[in-house]
Design a protein around this ligand. Sequence first.
Ligand code: WTA
Length: 703
Amino acid sequence: MARQEAGVTEAQIAVHWKEEECLTPSVKFIGQAHASDPSILQRFTEDKFPECFREYADLLTWDQYWHTTLDTSNPPFWKWFVGGKLNASYNCVDRHLEQNRNKAALICVPEPEDEEDRVITYQELYVQVNEFAALLRDCCGLKAGDRVTFHLPMLPELPVSMLACARLGVIHSQVFGGFSGQACGDRIVDSGSHVLITMDAYYRNGDLIDHKVKADQAAEHAERNGMKVDKVLVWQRYPGKYSSSVPMKDGRDYFVNDLLTEYRGARVAPVSMPAEAPLFLMYTSGTTAKPKGCQHSTGGYLAYVAGTSKFYQDIHPEDTYWCMADIGWITGHSYIVYGPLALCATSVMYEGVPVYPDAGRAWRIAERLNVNIFHTAPTTIRMLRKAGPDEPRKYQYHFKHMTTVGEPIEPEVWRWYYEAVGKGEAVIVDTWWQTETGGFIGTTLPALHPMKPGSCGPGALGIFPAIYDEEGKEVEAGSGKAGNICIRNPWPGIFQTIWGDPDRFVRTYFAKYCKNKDSKDWRDWPYLAGDGATQAADGYFRILGRVDDVINVAGHRLGTKELESASLTVEEITEAAAVPVLDEMRGRAVEMYVALRPGLSPSEEIATKVSKAIEDIIGKIARPKHVWIVPDMPKTRSGKIMRRVLAGISNFADPGDIMTLANPEIVEEVRHKVQAEKVAIGEVPRELSPEELEEIKRFGNVD
Ligand code: WTA
C-alpha cells in the first residue's frame, strides 16, 4: 500500500534496474578452489535437505555423533544435530595440535607500526586458553550455561577469552569495544552476567584510549538496573603496566595477568556440550529500543561457519587469511575466530584504524604478512578508496580472494575493489547475511558462479531464499520485482532464539509469513530477514537494505528507537525521530529530528546535548550527522511520527504523500529550514537512484 501511495509500483522499480555485467574468476583460482566441481551444487539441492548439512558437520570432531540431523518438533525453535556432543574450543584448538602445533593460529597486528606483531601458534593458543579457562572456573566459579560479558578491543585476548569460555561451556557475550559503558551495562543486565571481562586501554587512530573507564560505567549502570557485577577482569594492553586513569575497585576489579600467575601450566578438560547448547550471544538492533541477544548454538553454528569458511572463503592450510572486521560484530565471531580456527587456518587480526597512520597501512600489512585472502566491508572499501585510490598498486601483495559484507556495495565501489585492491586477480564474494543467520546466506560460490557487481548472488549451499510481497504471495522468481526476502528453510547457523524473549523471536522473524502456526513442517515457517530484495532472471539476489526501522551506518545496525530513546534522555526534548541520510563514506548516516518542551527555544547547546547523549548511551558510531530542532513533527492523525517524510527532507527527495497528515503545513516549514542550512554548508546529495528513492519512501513503515 505504502509503496503505491508513494507513486512507484514494484514493477516500475524493476524497470529502472540496470543489469551489471558478470565477471568470471581466473583459471588459477578455479584450479585450487575447494568447491570447483559443480557436483557440490547437486549435493545441496532441496531434495537433499536437511541431510546435506552432514557435510558441514563432518568438518568437526564430535565427542558423540548425533542421531537426528534436524528436529522440527517445536517450530520455529529448530534443533540441529540432536544427540551430538562436542566442544568448540577443542575443535578450534586442541584437535589441530597433533599436526599443526607450531602453525600460527592468530597473527595480531597492533596499531602502532613500531610494535611487533603477536604471533600465536596453535600450541600457544592452547596454553593461553587453558590457563584462562582455569582462572574463569576456579577464580570466578563459572560453569557451563553461565553468561559472561566481554567489552574487549581487537587484541588476541578477545579470541583467547572466547575460546576459554567455550572450553567450559560458558556463554560469552562480546559487546563491541566502541560501544559506550551504558550500552555494555544494558547487555550485562539482559544476559544476566556477573562477570565482565575488559581491557585497560587500546589504540585507535594513534591514541591509547582509556577503556577501563567504560567498565566502571557499565558495572554501575548494570547495578542500578538490578544486576550486580561481582568481578571485573581487566586484561592489560601492556602486561604488567596499567594504562587507565581510573582506579581499580577493591574486591571487584582484578588484573588478569596477576591472577594468571596462579594458573601457569593449568589444563582444563574441554566440557563436552550438547550440539544445541548455546555458544554465545550477540546483541543486535531491531525495531524496539531493546537490543536483541541473538543466541547461537554450539554444533549447528560451528558446523555452519566451518563449512562456509571452507567453501566460500576458500581457506586452505597454506593461506594467510585476513578479515578486517571487529570481533565485536558477528562477522568477527564467525569469520575471524570460529570458522577459520575450526579449519586450522592462520587468521590475521588488526587492532586499529585501516588508514592509520596513512592510506597504505592495510596494504603494508597485506604485503608483509603475505595475506592472500582479504575480507572487509563496503564502508571500509570506500574509506580506503577515498584516502588512497592508487595506494594498493604500490605494494607487493596478491590476493586470490576478497570478500565484501555488511551493506549493499555500489557497483562503482565494487569495481575499484576488484581492479585496484584485487589487481584484477582476486575473485570477489559479496556475502549477504546477518547477526541472526550465523553465517553467509546469499553469496556466490567463488569458483562456480560468476561475480555480478552489486548483487550477492544466489542462496548459499542448502539455503533457499524467496521474495514475498506484503500479502504473503511469493514474488515470481527471477522477475526483478522488489519484496521481502525470506529463507524458506532452517539451516544449522540460524540463531536459536532471542535471549530471554522467545515470543519476540517468533513475532519478529516468523509471524509475518507463517502459514500455519500449528504446523510442524518447516515449509510453513519462512524466516523473514528484514531486508528488501529483488531477484534477477539469472537467480542472483540484490539486497536493497532494511525494511524495518534499522539504519545501517557503516555496516553497523542502529535501531531508530534506540537513537530516539537516547535523545529523549535530554530533558529539553519531548519528541525525537531518527532518519537515514545518504553518506558517501558510511553508506547511510543518522540525522535526528527533535522537538523541544513548550517555552524553550532552539539552541546549538541543546543539539550538542542530543549528540552527546547518543554517544554516551550507544557509542560514537551512532553520533548523528545533524540534529535538527523543529517546531513540530509531521504526524499521522493517530499521532505517529512520519519518518519517511523527514527522511525525504534530509535527502532532498520527494517527501511523498502528505495529505493524510494531521499537520501537513509543518512539512514545508521543516523542509525549508533544513534544506536551506544544508545548502549553506554545501551538503546537497547527488541525484538519488530509483532504489535509493524507494528506500527513503519506504522508511519508517508508518502509513
Ligand atoms: C545488511 C552483518 C547487502 C543487510 C553480517 C542485513 C548486506 C544487515 C550485506 C545485517 C550484503 C549484510 N549486501 N546488504 N552483502 N550483508 N547486509 O546483523 O541489511 O550486522 O540485514 O550482520 O546488513 O547486519 P548485521
